[in-house]
Design a protein. Structure first.
Length: 271
């Protein structure tokens, strides 16, 4: 379980996130959404332990993350950053093997580690890049290699900042299906993404943020209503439900605003 209690983070007088209270169970896929600057990446960095909260507590499995030694924390959680620049001429397979470092205790990678890394690359269809130099990969190819690296880390908690960046639609869908599968195996996946339609398709729970504040939390059906989306993104939306049950979220120009919106309940948090 991942628990956040009254978590806030401030730089100078500006709060980047504040008043965050969450309990995220094992086996769930959570997605954070909100406009640019809403605090999604900052919140992931706090949960990863990269940043220390100004206020509040973050716990993994009942223990404060500040109590974990770095190697043990790396075994508990893996964090895929939004910006992932590697300029050294490492092969893609070597990048993936970096995910095994928390398990090595200073030793050289074993045959088992190599197999785990190879399987991780197969899971994201990146095995064909194994001998390619990482800086020569396209953005989408590099994203798949980076995802393989955190799969090779074998954590219990996956933290993913824009994991579908640079991916074509097929690989976006494959990546989020993989996230679903990881969660269904009993682990926890938390991602920040901008694509509201993908979030509505794959998230078990959604946290909506605006200017660092939690605005709503719940299932996609509760969160993605036209009224709520307009209030957060400052643009009108139309939300439709297909016969399959899938939501379709469409931003509108102000002169094409629909006459009425579906009256769907949202779960509003105090800010």
């Amino acid at each position: 379980m991942v628990e956040l209690e009254r978590v806030g983070y401030r730089i100078g007088q500006k709060w980047l996130v504040r008043n965050i209270d969450l309990k995220i169970e094992a086996g769930q896929f959570w997605i954070f959404v909100g406009p640019n600057g809403a605090g999604k990446s900052t919140l992931l960095r706090l949960i990863s332990g990269e940043l220390a909260p100004t206020t509040g507590w973050i716990r993994f499995f009942g223990e404060s993350i500040s109590e974990y030694p770095p190697r043990e924390l790396a075994r508990k959680r893996a964090y895929l950053q939004q910006k992932r620049d590697v300029n050294f001429p490492f092969r893609a397979s070597e990048i993936v093997l970096l995910g095994r470092h928390p398990h090595l205790n200073g030793a050289k990678e074993s045959a088992t580690d190599l197999v785990i890394a190879q399987e991780a690359m197969k899971q994201v269809q990146a095995e064909m890049f194994a001998e390619r130099l990482y800086p020569t990969l396209s953005g989408g190819e590099a994203s798949r290699v980076d995802l393989a690296r955190i799969l090779a880390q074998e954590p219990r908690i996956f933290l993913l900042d824009e994991p579908t960046n640079h991916l074509d639609p097929r690989h976006q869908v494959q990546t989020l299906r993989l996230c679903q599968s990881i969660a269904q195996s009993g682990r926890t996946v938390i991602a920040a993404i901008h694509d509201l339609n993908l979030a509505s398709m794959y998230a078990d729970q959604v946290l909506m943020l605006r200017e660092g504040n939690p605005i709503a939390v719940g299932t996609p059906e509760f969160i993605f209503t036209a009224q709520q989306l307009e209030a957060v993104y400052d643009v009108p939306f139309e939300v439709m439900q297909l016969s399959s049950g899938q939501l379709v979220v469409v931003p509108l120009s102000s002169d094409s605003r629909p006459n009425s919106y579906p009256n769907t309940q949202t779960s509003i948090l105090e800010t």
